[in-house]
Design a binder for this molecule. Structure first.
Ligand code: ADP
Ligand code: NI
Length: 224
C-alpha cells in the first residue's frame, strides 16, 4: 500500500487535473468539450456523496473519463486509460487509486463486442450515471444535435426510420438522422442507471425528452 494522500494533496491533484483537461478539451465541438466534463464532475459528486462513494476516485474518474475518447483515436479503447494513467503517475497519485480510476475509464469507454459492460465499483456507477445523465434531458438533446451537426447529419428524415436493436449492448453507432439516436440510445438510458439518485434524475430528464419529441413531430406535421 502506498501512503494515503492528505486532503490538501488531493485537492491540489484535482485542481491540476481540471486545469489539464480544461486546456485539452476546450473548444471541442463533438460533445466532449470541457463543459461536458464539468457537468459530469458536478453530477457525479452529487450522486457519490449520497452513495457514500470515495469522492477522490469519483472526481478523478469524472475529470479524466473523456481524456482520449476512443472514437477520436482510431478505435483504440486503451488510449483513454493510458493517457489517464500517465497523467496521474506524473502527479504522484497512489497506484491503487490510479488502477481504480483507469478501470472506470476503460469500462466507460468500452462500447464494442455487443456486450454491455457492467461497472464493478460504486465509484464507477456514480460516474457512469453522471455521464449517461448528460446524454439525456435538455442538455442531452442539445448535445445530440451538436454531434449530428458535427458529423454533417440530417436532423430528421421521415424516410429513414430508426433501427431497433435487440439489446442495449448490441447498440451500433447510429449514422442516420439525429432523431433516430433518441430511439436507438437516448430513450433507453433511464433503465440503465445504477443508483437511486441517478434513476430519479434520469426519469425527469426522460420525460422532458418525450415532451420534446412529441412537440417536434407535431411541429413537423404543421399541427402546432
Ligand atoms: P459520452 O460522453 O457519454 O461517452 P458519446 O461519446 O457516446 O457520449 O457521445 C457524445 C455525445 O454525442 C452524447 O451526447 C451522445 O448522445 C451524442 N451522440 C453520439 N452518437 C450520436 C449520434 N449518432 N447521433 C446524435 N448524437 C450522438
Ligand atoms: Ni462523457
Amino acid at each position: 500500500m502506498s501512503q494515503p494522500l492528505s486532503s490538501c494533496a488531493q485537492s491540489d491533484i484535482l485542481e491540476a487535473t481540471a486545469d489539464h483537461i480544461r486546456k485539452l478539451l476546450t473548444g471541442d465541438s463533438s460533445g466532449h468539450d470541457f463543459h461536458h466534463i464539468e457537468r459530469v464532475w458536478k453530477t457525479a459528486v452529487g450522486i457519490g456523496k449520497g452513495e457514500g462513494a470515495d469522492l477522490f476516485v469519483v472526481e478523478l474518474a469524472a475529470l479524466l473519463h473523456d481524456i482520449a475518447d476512443w472514437k477520436f483515436h482510431g478505435g483504440d479503447e486503451e488510449a483513454g486509460p493510458r493517457a489517464a494513467r500517465d497523467w496521474m503517475m506524473g502527479l504522484g497519485v497512489p497506484k491503487e487509486t490510479i488502477d481504480q480510476v483507469c478501470d472506470i475509464i476503460a469500462t466507460l469507454s468500452f462500447k464494442g463486442a455487443g456486450v454491455a459492460t457492467p461497472m464493478k465499483t460504486l465509484e464507477g456507477m456514480c460516474v457512469q450515471d453522471a455521464d449517461r445523465l448528460d446524454a439525456i434531458g435538455a442538455v442531452g438533446i442539445g448535445r445530440a444535435f451538436a454531434y449530428g451537426g458535427h458529423k454533417g447529419r440530417e436532423m430528421y428524415d421521415p424516410a429513414v426510420p430508426p433501427t431497433p436493436h435487440d439489446s442495449f449492448g448490441s447498440y451500433k453507432k447510429n449514422t442516420g438522422p439525429t432523431i433516430n439516436h433518441f430511439y436507438e440510445k437516448l430513450l433507453l438510458l433511464k433503465d440503465r442507471m445504477n443508483t437511486n439518485v441517478g434513476r430519479q434524475l434520469a426519469s425527469e430528464r426522460h420525460r422532458f425528452m418525450e415532451q420534446f419529441l412529441e412537440q417536434f413531430f407535431a411541429e413537423w406535421k404543421g399541427q402546432r
